[in-house]
Write a protein that binds this ligand. Structure first.
Ligand code: UDP
Length: 313
C-alpha cells in the first residue's frame, strides 16, 4: 500500500512511519514542523520507500499518484503546545481533518483519525469506555484541542455516513517513549529530564490525579491493527494500568537513581483528575492489549533521554 501520514515528524507519526515501512508499505510523510522534528525522520534518509513533504495540512493538500491510506496525526498534542498554538490546533483539527478526509475520498483511500482521550474531558465515568460522551469545557484553555478533536470525530463519521468513506477513529491515551520532546511539558518527559538533570520534579497540584501510560510500540501496534480492521466506531488504545503522579515521580526517581526533591506547582485549569481506558473493545475486536509495563518502558525512555540530552534537545 501507499500511505500518507500527516504529522510524520512528530513523536507518534514518526513511529507509525517506521511501522508501515517495516510492514512493507510505501509511506508519504507530511509535517510543517510546528512541533515535529527532522531528527525523528533522519534515519530514513535515502529510503526509497519513503517520501516527505513539508506542508501545513490546514491548507489544501496535493499528493501526486495513488494513495491507499491516509492517517491524520498532525496536531500539537501536549497541553503546553496547544496552549502555545491555540489557533493552529483548532485549524488542524478542523480544516486539516476536512482536507485529509477530502484527499482520502478523492484517492479512494482508507482513513484513520488520531483522536484522543481528551474527548472525555475531566471524566465522570471511570474507566472510560468508548460509549461515554465526555465532560469537556469548550471554552477553557484545553477546549482548543478537545473540541477540535471532537469536531474531527464528527467530521470523520459524516464522511463515513454520507460518502461511504472507510474510516477508523483511534482515541489515544497518554503515551510515552523515545522521540518525545524533552520540553513538550508532558509528565513522563518532564520527570525523566528533570531527574537526569538533577532538578526537582514538578508535580502539579497534590499529585493525586491519575493517568495510565502506554509505551509507544504498544500504541503503534494497536493503531496498525485498527487501521487493518473493519471497525468504524471510535476505539480506545491505551494502557489501563493507572498511576498517581506521585507514584510516577517515585518510580522515576528510583529508576534514575536520583535524589532530587519534589516541587509542587499549581494544577493547570481543567486538568483531568483521573484517566484510564476501558480497552474491552480493543481486546475483543483487535485482539490487542499492551505488553510493556511502565518499568520496562521507562527504562527505554530514560536511555533515550540519556542519549539525546547532551545534544541539547
Ligand atoms: N503533570 C505534573 N508535572 C509535570 C507535568 C504534568 O504533575 O511536570 C501532571 C498534569 O497536571 C497532569 C498529568 O501530569 O495531571 C499528565 O499531564 P500531561 O501533560 O503529561 O498530559 P495530560 O494527560 O494532562 O494531557
Amino acid at each position: 500500500m501507499r500511505i500518507l501520514i500527516t504529522g510524520a515528524a512528530g513523536f507518534l507519526g514518526s513511529h507509525l512511519v517506521d511501522r508501515f515501512l517495516a510492514e512493507g508499505h510505501r509511506v508519504v510523510g507530511m509535517d510543517n514542523f510546528i512541533t515535529g522534528s527532522r531528527d525523528n525522520l533522519a534515519h530514513l534518509a535515502g529510503n526509497q520507500q519513503f517520501e516527505f513533504y513539508e506542508h501545513n495540512v490546514s491548507r489544501y493538500i496535493f499528493v501526486d499518484g495513488p494513495l491507499d491510506g491516509v492517517l491524520h496525526f498532525a496536531s500539537p498534542a501536549s497541553p503546553i503546545d496547544y496552549l502555545r498554538h491555540p489557533i493552529p490546533t483548532l485549524k488542524v483539527g478542523s480544516l486539516g481533518t476536512h482536507n485529509t478526509l477530502g484527499l482520502a475520498k478523492a484517492k479512494g483511500a482508507r482513513y484513520l483519525l488520531a483522536s484522543t482521550s481528551e474527548v472525555y474531558g475531566d471524566p465522570q465515568v471511570h474507566p472510560q469506555p468508548e460509549s461515554y460522551w465526555g465532560h469537556v469545557n469548550p471554552v477553557g484553555p484545553r477546549g482548543v484541542y478537545d473540541e477540535a478533536k471532537r469536531f474531527s470525530e464528527a467530521m470523520t463519521m459524516a464522511y463515513h455516513r454520507f460518502h461511504g468513506l472507510p474510516t477508523r477513529i483511534v482515541r489515544i491515551f497518554n503515551t510515552y517513549g523515545p522521540r518525545m520532546r524533552a520540553h513538550d511539558g508532558r509528565v513522563v518527559s518532564n520527570f525523566v529530564v528533570q531527574a537526569l538533570s538533577g532538578e526537582p520534579l514538578t508535580i502539579y497540584g497534590e499529585g493525586r490525579q491519575t493517568r495510565s501510560f502506554c509505551y509507544v510500540s504498544d500504541l503503534v501496534d494497536g493503531i496498525y491493527r485498527l487501521f487493518m480492521s473493519d471497525r468504524v466506531d471510535p476505539t480506545n488504545i491505551g494502557n489501563p494500568t493507572e498511576f498517581t503522579m506521585l507514584e510516577l515521580a517515585e518510580l522515576v526517581r528510583e529508576m534514575v537513581g536520583s535524589h532530587v526533591a519534589i516541587r509542587h506547582e499549581p494544577l493547570p485549569v481543567d486538568d483531568p483528575k483521573v484517566r484510564k481506558p476501558d480497552i474491552t473493545i480493543a481486546r475483543s475486536v483487535l485482539g490487542w492489549e499492551p505488553s510493556i509495563d511502565l518499568r520496562t518502558g521507562l527504562a527505554r525512555t530514560i536511555d533515550y533521554f540519556k542519549r539525546v540530552l547532551p545534544k541539547g534537545q
